[in-house]
Design a protein around this ligand. Structure first.
Ligand SMILES: Cc1cc2nc3c(=O)[nH]c(=O)nc-3n(C[C@H](O)[C@H](O)[C@H](O)COP(=O)(O)OP(=O)(O)OC[C@H]3O[C@@H](n4cnc5c(N)ncnc54)[C@H](O)[C@@H]3O)c2cc1C
Length: 451
């Protein structure tokens, strides 16, 4: 049962966001067979992706509607990875004078010497590049059931399917769940032995979750993942907005409604690939809400009622105009869309690099493991799980033979991570203003949502 003996262990990676893609690429580079499953219709990427849209006349617009930029902890493995992505032309540096904070109409650029990377041509080229690194990517594919076959430990195999009694998706030696939220929990709950008892109890226990931003004192009491929600407002204007001082992106301070705004068209001009097809004055903007606003203006993310969309668009546009120092009503979009990130960012983190159970041959990785949420946290978690899987299947040749034992022994201890993060997530090595204390929900949260 070792690659050196001719059998190549097959690893299923369920979720093709940054963590799943990095895990798949890393495992394949170490000689394992890595299959990444992802639900993405057009590409992988999860919360690090871009959204293409067209209006009724067929005019095309492109938005980075989740991840805006990334920073790296000095000396981290992620820093080397990001430098490699930049060398490949997938990331570009965002000049410091173009990004900063925005408060009551005043823009203050960052002045901290930190390298801020943006996706060159959006985030899709990066996701495509990472996907190429796995042995195979199956997309769009929902994984809805995992059934154990064989015994425990090295005898354990997993059969995956699109759902209970659904389409079979293959048999694997290890299942890595690289997504979170209700969907991940439901998937782990399908893992049952013949007598109905849980077959992946440790991994499943780590996936307990609930939704809705809440005060730190409440987060401290939680023994599970608490996820925020964030609205993304995407709009295009034909006449450039009269924003101050070359501002291309800003964390908004002092608003209960909006937390971030970025001129995606201008930002993307720092990459080598031009994505503004007309090259003219049309600007695509993304404005993000605060988690509090999203919690208090919640609806099913797959079917947003028009009345909710209209009121969210109106409230966020008006508040963006105020915060950016624009005349009320000066944003006159030729295209508008909203998306609700129901499972946006972890507000608590598990306090482990990744979840790994050698007995059941299951594990999990993602930004919620070590937190605070960021592309770096997602990638580092994937590397930790890759080390443990590598050590399990290639004990003599693994890069870090002790990784499996170490990660197996790590104990999940939930703690709030929101204090270190902006509403969008965390930016290691920077002093980005934290999202601040979140007020209690006006009414009782039902833990509804999707992930
Ligand atoms: C609005 C917003 C803005 C952000 N801005 C920034 C930023 O500027 N900088 C930064 O560093 N971080 C930012 N973040 C955080 C960052 O995006 C995340 O930390 C990171 O992308 C998480 O990656 P992941 O792989 O852990 O999870 P995800 O990206 O969530 O990946 C999970 C993937 O699994 C798929 N999936 C789910 N269920 C299944 C299933 N059953 N079968 C198959 N596939 C499944 C999902 O479709 C998804 O593609 C932002 C997040 C949000 C929501």
């Amino acid at each position: 049962h070792n690659s050196s003996m001719g059998y190549v262990p097959r690893i299923a990676v369920v979720g093709g966001g940054v963590s799943g893609l990095v895990l798949g690429k890393e495992l394949a580079s170490r000689g394992l067979h890595a299959t990444v499953f992802d639900t993405g219709e057009h590409a992988c990427g999860g919360r690090a992706s871009s959204r293409e849209a067209a209006d009724e006349q067929g005019r095309r617009f492109s938005f980075d509607h989740s991840t805006q930029y990334m920073t790296c902890t000095k000396g981290s493995r992620f820093e080397s990875m990001a430098k490699e992505w930049a060398k490949e032309g997938l990331l570009a540096e965002w000049p410091a004078d173009r990004v900063g904070t925005l408060k009551d109409g005043s823009f203050t650029p960052f002045d901290d010497g930190v390298v801020r990377y943006i996706g060159a041509g959006g985030l899709r080229p990066l996701a495509d590049f990472l996907a190429e690194g796995s042995t195979e990517v199956v997309r769009p594919q929902w994984v809805g059931a995992m059934t154990p076959v064989g015994g425990e430990g090295s005898k354990r195999r997993w059969e995956l399917a699109s759902g209970p009694r659904g389409k079979p998706l293959g048999t694997f030696d290890f299942v890595a769940i690289s997504h979170n939220g209700k969907c991940a929990l439901r998937l782990a709950e399908t893992a049952k032995l013949q007598d109905g008892s849980p077959a992946a109890a440790k991994t499943r226990a780590s996936l307990q979750c609930a939704f809705g931003a809440r005060p730190t004192e409440e987060l401290k009491k939680q023994r599970k993942l608490i996820l925020s929600s964030v609205w993304a407002l995407m709009f295009a204007v034909d006449n450039p907005l009269n924003v101050k001082d070359n501002m291309e992106g800003a964390h908004i301070v002092g608003s209960e409604v909006v937390s971030w705004a970025s001129n995606i068209t201008a930002k993307r001009r720092h990459g080598k690939v031009r994505t503004d097809t007309d090259g003219g004055g049309t600007q695509c903007w993304v404005v993000h809400s605060t988690p509090q606003f999203a919690r208090d203006n919640k609806c099913p993310q797959e079917a947003i009622p028009k009345s909710v969309a209209d009121s969210v668009i109106a409230a966020m546009t008006q508040e963006f105009e105020r915060c950016a120092g624009l005349e009320p009503g000066s944003v006159k979009p030729v295209f508008t869309k909203v998306q609700l990130w129901g499972a946006a960012n972890p507000l608590t983190a598990a306090g482990v690099p990744a979840v790994f159970d050698s007995e059941t041959r299951t594990g999990a990785c993602g930004d919620w493991c070590q937190g605070p949420p960021s592309v770096e946290a997602a990638a580092e978690s994937a590397l930790a799980l890759a080390d443990a899987i590598d050590a399990t299947f290639s004990p003599t040749t693994a890069r870090d033979p002790a990784a499996a034992g170490r990660l197996d022994a790590a104990k999940v201890r939930w703690a709030p991570c929101s204090g270190d993060a902006a509403a969008l997530g965390a930016f290691p090595g920077t002093n980005v203003p934290s999202m601040g204390e979140i007020a209690a929900a006006p009414r009782r949260e039902g833990g509804r949502g999707s992930g």
